[in-house]
Design a protein around this ligand. Structure first.
Ligand SMILES: [Zn+2]
Length: 75
């Protein structure tokens, strides 16, 4: 299960949420849906492993990640 880290844009609380598909994360503090997903391990995955093509599945990966093997978004 992919667990994402979010920050609420209203109260700036950071929290983690388990999101499947296109479910929306809600701030546990103020209940706002205006949250921003934080880049965690996702953004640091190296893309230089053998010229593997990632363009085909890029649309279904988490938005902060262009890797096809991101452990954070479950791809
Ligand atoms: Zn909040």
């Amino acid at each position: 299960m992919p667990i994402h880290e979010y920050v609420c844009e209203k109260c700036e609380k950071k929290f983690e949420a388990l999101i499947r598909g296109d479910e929306k994360a809600l701030c546990p503090d103020c209940g706002s849906g205006t949250v921003k997903r934080l880049l965690s391990a996702c953004g640091f995955v190296s893309k230089g492993n053998g010229g593997e093509s990632v363009s085909a599945s890029a649309g279904s990966a988490c938005s902060g990640c262009s890797s096809s093997s991101c452990a954070n978004c479950g791809v």
